[in-house]
Design a protein around this ligand. Structure first.
Ligand SMILES: Nc1nc2c(ncn2[C@@H]2O[C@H](COP(=O)(O)OP(=O)(O)OP(=O)(O)O)[C@@H](O)[C@H]2O)c(=O)[nH]1
Length: 436
């Protein structure tokens, strides 16, 4: 792919002013010239220096700032990069961006364009770019750790290792093809086939094991869903409010108050969790309530955990049973025989309930334990590679085997971005903000 990088780009890379410091980055062939236009002497590369920055059109002072420059390809984008660490006032930043925009060959960067250039210039692969996007968007501890791993290249290293092994196997199949044609040595050909199939089987097992963990990785990244179901008026909304320590779900003594889904994000054991308050599951003719109940059932069916709230043990538990309103029934607070007994009103049993939830999250996703696959895109590519590998193993025909192996290495190449990813690039880099 030919990089389309004639322009030098600039943007505010730090958060919205006012702030203590604002970081403006410039990347491209004109980056050093831009810095030279703003100040009298260029600092040596990679050395922070204090400089007075002036508008070249009238020499008026813009700011006194720390400046840094990097010489490509050893920079974040692979191009020459200049960093201006300005005072973080809105007017300081606005004046600097205005002046930069007036310099020849400079334009404001598009969202994710710095990272895209780093990718195009081979500073990191696509999976690492996605890791960077995830790192910037990480809100929970689990997301942060996953993203750091991915941005650091753990998935890339693994996938590249597989891809190289597949390419070697394919080369072997092709070599045998030539040899067999020339020598007609059936025995040697068969022995080689057996060895190759064993090697492919080992590779397959490794990829399959990684893919097996993909559900956990995706849950760590995207969060877990907990549906809260139960008859009207049992205190579902009250319990959700207690757990989330806010007044998000409407509580009232009228049965059927919650008619639609209310979703509340929470962090449990460092993992993002969405609590879904569902409409009470009762027989009703109210069309709005009927629709609410239908959605509740559908969402509950997809949730990672269903909490079935009741006042007395239900005949058919729909998930983990939580008995509420024990202040009325006189039951003991806590977890007994796998049933959680609480009172949303008095708070009795809530601490034990929270401990139970933390244990459940830890068992479900084992946060902190390594996992490689966190995104559907990666999962699909791995699954496609497995299909191709299976096809390679199923045939004795060396031509077909070599072709299936070629397809498998292509599928893996989509993860790292070495092949056929033009269709996803805009979507991936568009997730970044301007300045990244
Ligand atoms: N005594 C007592 N009352 C409670 C408790 N929890 C909730 N309530 C009351 O029960 C009523 C119903 O509570 P909600 O939280 O709205 O119940 P819900 O299950 O969400 O109800 P729907 O929205 O109709 O499905 C309210 O009046 C609450 O104050 C509890 O632990 N003890």
């Amino acid at each position: 792919m030919a990089p389309r990088h004639e322009d030098t780009i600039y943007a505010l890379s730090s958060g919205r002013p006012p702030a203590g410091v604002a970081l403006v980055r410039i990347s491209g062939a004109q980056a050093t010239a831009a810095l030279a236009a703003l100040t009298t002497t260029l600092p040596p590369p990679r050395q922070a220096a204090l400089r007075t920055l002036r508008d070249p059109s009238d020499s008026s002072i813009l700011d006194r700032a720390m400046v840094l420059r990097f010489v490509g390809p050893a920079s974040a984008t692979g191009e020459d990069v200049v960093e201006l660490h300005l005072h973080g006032g809105p007017a300081v930043v606005a004046a600097m961006l205005r002046v930069l925009g007036a310099l020849p060959g400079l334009r404001l960067a598009e969202p994710g364009e710095f990272t895209r250039r780093g990718f195009d210039n081979g500073r990191f692969d696509l999976s690492q770019s996605e890791g960077l996007a995830d790192l910037i968007n990480a809100e929970t501890e689990a997301q942060r750790l996953l993203a750091l791993d991915q941005a650091g290249g753990r998935l890339r290293d693994k996938v590249e290792g597989w891809r190289e092994a597949i390419i070697a196997l394919r080369a072997e199949a092709e070599a045998w093809l030539d040899f067999a044609e020339a020598e007609d040595d059936v025995e040697a050909g068969l022995a080689s086939t057996a060895k190759a199939v064993a090697a492919i089987a080992r590779l397959r097992a490794d990829i399959a094991a990684t893919l097996d963990d993909a559900g956990r990785g995706m849950r760590l990244r995207d969060g877990l869903a907990i549906a809260v179901v139960g008859e009207p008026n049992v205190g579902k909304s009250s319990l959700i409010n207690t757990l989330s320590r806010r007044d998000a779900a409407i509580v009232s003594e009228h049965a059927g108050t919650t008619r639609d889904l209310i979703e509340l994000p929470l962090v449990i054991a460092g993992v993002g969790v969405t609590l879904i308050d569902t409409a009470g599951l009762r027989d009703t003719n109210d069309p709005v309530e009927v629709e609410g109940i239908r959605r509740a059932r559908a969402r509950a069916a997809q949730a990672d955990l269903v909490l079935h709230i009741a006042i007395a043990p239900p005949e058919t538990p729909l998930g983990q049973v939580v008995i509420n309103k024990i202040d009325r029934s006189g039951l003991t607070a806590g977890v007994y025989d796998g049933v959680i007994q609480v009172s949303a009103t008095t708070g009795a049993g809530i601490a034990a309930f929270e401990v139970w939830l933390e244990d459940w999250v830890r068992t479900a996703v084992r946060p902190g334990e390594a996992v490689l696959v966190t995104q559907l895109r990666h999962r699909q590519a791995l699954a496609a590679a497995l299909d191709d590998i299976d096809a390679a193993m199923a045939t004795d025909d060396l031509v077909l085997r070599a072709e299936s192996l070629r397809l498998a290495s292509r599928a893996l190449g989509r993860i790292t971005g070495t092949v056929g990813v033009e269709d996803v690039l805009d979507a991936i880099f568009g997730r970044f903000c301007i300045g990244k």
